[in-house]
Write a protein that binds this ligand. Structure first.
Ligand SMILES: *Cc1c(COP(=O)(O)O)cnc(C)c1O
Length: 407
């Protein structure tokens, strides 16, 4: 008899985006003339840069000729991309990361979800609340949690991100082995300072723990004093793995390219306390289960690091940040408190009422769609997430409607 992985039965069905879609559809049915503006999306809206597209086309042409055709590539990624990443994203900021510590992949979602495979079953895990659901669900699937009771899984340590701690969780009071952090944060848009991040690195060193740092939104950081990478923090090489993605930074959500950094010094322990290289373990896992990202896509990603590519991706980020600015200004005017929007495409607004009530009010009074914070965890209740991923025109129109509706 074939039996299932019963851990899957513990998973909570995510009704968040289907609930939103249902409510929007019903509003549209009752208001067929009203143009609904979506500020709820966690996906980019603008096309790839000309630099990436040119490199993409050229690489496709190479694939057509026997002499320049490429078959299976290195699973870890082509050297031209790994070198460009190491130099531009790390060494230029004083973080000593080498090209062979970079594993190119098809997504930070996949990597942040798959990484838990290399750890043992009985580790203690700390996960932020609110949270990007991938960290949580992949550990549920792997059997590292108990049942879901009163909005939380048993067996996990939740790191509350609230107004009281400015949406940067405090160190756990109990000892944990694996810590998930994401800055700039999705969904809250909050950022972490170098000093605060250093306390996490120190905690990890002291407790022989590991930090999984999701930096998918680093490209949106405007404040130069904020860390873009955890490897800008002294001592992080031994205790951290970082996830990066071209999805939000360069519009690759549909094209697929990301990478994970595992420094050579980074270790974990066996039951006898002997150290093992996580670089070696992840390399083994990656080569066994992953075939590498296609050559044209890696070429398109590498083009981001050329002079034109840098200027064009900066323009892309600036475009979205202008939207974020417009949202922040409107919230200031309306007297709503919020976090994010300054170094992040997300604005996390304190609605002062239940998340879904606030969502319904924005939809029904203004025809504007946001994301209810309650969908990201218990601590998200009372909040909504507004996304800067849309056109200037739509955001301007949405903000006018919010002013009229909420004043
Ligand atoms: C969008 C996003 C990613 C990127 O995922 P990809 O699989 O690379 O598209 C990673 N982490 C967070 C928190 C995100 O919001």
């Amino acid at each position: 008899m074939i039996t299932i992985n019963e851990n899957y039965l513990k998973l909570q069905a995510s009704y968040l985006f289907s609930d939103i879609a249902k409510r929007v559809a019903s509003f549209q049915e009752n208001n067929p003339d009203k143009d609904v503006i979506k500020l709820g999306i966690g996906d980019v809206t603008k096309g790839l840069t000309p630099a990436s597209i040119k490199a993409f086309h050229e690489a496709v042409d190479e694939m057509a000729e026997d002499t320049t055709f490429r078959g299976y590539g290195p699973e870890q990624g082509y050297d031209f991309l790994r070198e460009a990443i190491a130099v531009n994203d790390f060494q230029s900021r004083g973080a000593q990361i080498a090209a062979d510590e970079i594993f190119v992949s098809d997504g930070a979602k996949c990597d942040s979800g798959n990484i838990q495979e290399i750890f043992s079953q009985d580790i203690k895990i700390a996960i932020p609340d609110p949270v990007y659901p991938v960290y949580l669900d992949t550990n549920v699937m792997a059997g590292r949690t108990g049942l879901f009771e009163e909005g939380r899984y048993e067996g996990l340590v939740y790191l509350n991100s609230t107004k009281d701690n400015n949406f940067v969780p405090a160190l756990p009071s109990e000892k944990v082995d694996l810590i998930y952090l994401c800055f700039p944060n999705n969904p809250t848009g909050s950022t972490i300072s170098k000093e605060e991040l250093k306390t996490w690195v120190d905690y990890a060193k002291k407790n022989k723990a590991l930090i999984l740092f999701d930096a998918a939104y680093e490209a949106f950081i405007q404040d130069e004093s904020l860390p873009k990478s955890i490897f800008e923090i002294e001592g992080a090489r031994e205790v951290a793995i970082e996830f990066r993605s071209f999805s939000k930074s360069a519009g690759f959500t549909g094209t697929r390219c990301a990478y994970t950094v595992v420094p050579k010094e980074c270790v974990a322990y066996d039951k006898d306390g002997n150290t093992h290289s996580l670089h070696a373990l992840w390399n083994r896992r990656h080569c066994t289960k992953f075939n590498g990202v296609s050559y044209p896509v890696q070429k398109a990603a590498a083009a981001i690091y050329t002079a034109e590519g840098k200027a064009q991706t900066k323009a892309l980020i600036d475009y979205y940040m202008k939207n974020a600015d417009a949202v922040c200004k409107t919230m200031d005017e309306l007297g709503y408190s919020y976090v994010g929007g300054k170094n992040s495409p997300y604005i996390w607004v304190d609605g002062k009422i239940d998340s879904w009530e606030f969502f319904d009010m924005l939809l029904n009074k203004a025809g504007v769609v946001c994301t209810p914070g309650a969908g990201f965890g218990k601590c998200g209740n009372g909040y909504i997430r507004i996304s800067a991923f849309n056109s200037h025109e739509k955001v301007a129109e949405a903000m006018e409607r919010l002013k009229a509706a909420l004043r």
